[in-house]
Design a protein around this ligand. Structure first.
Ligand SMILES: [Mn+2]
Length: 355
């Protein structure tokens, strides 16, 4: 492991081991929190933590705020997931008794996210838990405590979780393959693949590739991840993606590319909310485009904005102007205060001053 990860990962490992001891003593469990609009990284890192905690003899679940997207079902992590508003037996027990399997929650671990406002229905639960550990790589996180490990230079929260597993292995003598079960290794690898854009983004470092190699040894498979998460698509998704691309508008000497996808186009093509996931990075890769934004309207009338930049445009800062966040070259927000065309106008206006 590279020097720069040692302090943070050792501290996170120590904190996780201490809460594992505490919940075992008190007959409690640990809940792990991803962000809403789940992606490979938050699901992968959270699954890695659940596997580690369970291998140490304590109970843990990912408090997932929505249904696992169909393209992540191949990971085989259904057993790790607890959806607070779902209709499973554990969700019903949780809602009526505040317990899962008779156990109350003794600690929260958030991965790829640090604050409850972006955890959807799970946010309220996170806020109610006193002991909180955070493992995150978002530059927008400003909170700091001994229980937070924030590393904006890490490719992904999943890569960070792998280093935590290595540290726990060193401290406890448990083998990595016992800490990270095959499905967890697959999920952690999926997280790294997702946040590095299949090892093509600038956040891909030598150690990112070394980590991916170790995860392959533990049962991960890059080609299976890439096919399931990025390449395979339904006819509906293909048609909607084509439509979204064909209606791209260019502004400011073609440096800004914007496409606006109203809900009726999702209906018309029969595609789900992930139907335009592949569009924004394709737009950003057009010669001369510095900034690409996709606005998509969801079935509840909310609008998701996805932002990507090539070089100098700070996407995270721009997203925060709409109550969102993310990374320098990739960020997003959710908008509830008007129509998609009003939002588009506002976005075009605000982009001009930063571009
Ligand atoms: Mn991430």
């Amino acid at each position: 492991m590279r020097e720069r990860y040692k302090e943070g990962s050792a501290r996170a490992a120590k904190n996780i081991l201490s809460v594992i001891e505490k919940v075992k003593e008190n007959n409690e469990l640990i809940l792990v929190f991803p962000h809403r609009s789940v992606d490979g990284d938050c699901v992968g890192s959270a699954s890695g933590i659940v596997s580690i905690v369970r291998s140490m003899g304590a109970d843990a679940y990912v408090a997932i705020p929505e249904e696992l997207p169909e393209n992540m079902e191949f990971l085989g992590i259904g057993d790790y997931l607890f959806r607070p508003d779902g209709d499973s037996a554990i969700a019903e027990e949780y809602r009526s008794e505040g317990t899962i399997g008779g156990k109350k929650t003794g600690a929260a671990i958030a991965t790829d996210i640090s604050d409850s406002s972006r955890m959807g229905v799970s946010g309220e639960i996170f806020d109610s838990i006193e002991t909180k550990i955070v493992i995150d790589h978002h530059a927008s996180v400003t909170a700091r405590s001994d229980y937070y490990w924030i590393d904006p230079d890490s490719s992904s929260a999943s890569e960070m979780v792998f280093y935590v597993a290595e540290q726990i292995s060193a401290v406890t003598g448990k083998e990595l393959k016992d800490l990270l079960a095959v499905n967890a290794a697959k999920a952690v690898l999926a997280g790294i693949v997702t946040d590095t854009g299949r090892f093509t983004f600038k956040n891909t470092r030598p150690e990112t590739l070394e980590t991916a190699g170790s995860l392959i040894d533990l049962g991960g498979d890059i080609s299976v991840v890439c096919y399931n998460l990025f390449d395979r698509k339904t006819k509906a998704k293909f048609l909607l993606s084509a439509k979204a691309r064909s209606q791209v508008q260019f502004f400011y000497d073609d440096k800004f590319a914007l496409t606006v996808v109203p809900y009726e186009q999702f209906v018309e093509c029969g595609a789900g909310p992930d139907g335009v996931d592949d569009v924004v990075s394709a737009m950003r890769d057009i010669d001369g485009v510095e900034l690409a934004i996709v606005l998509r309207e969801l079935d509840n009338g909310e609008i998701r904005g996805n932002i990507r930049s090539q070089e100098y445009f700070d996407c995270s800062k721009f997203a925060s102007g709409f109550g969102g966040g993310g990374h320098f070259r990739a960020a997003g927000f959710t908008y509830k205060d008007g129509t998609i065309s009003e939002l588009a106008e506002e976005v075009i206006k605000r982009v001009q001053s930063d571009l």
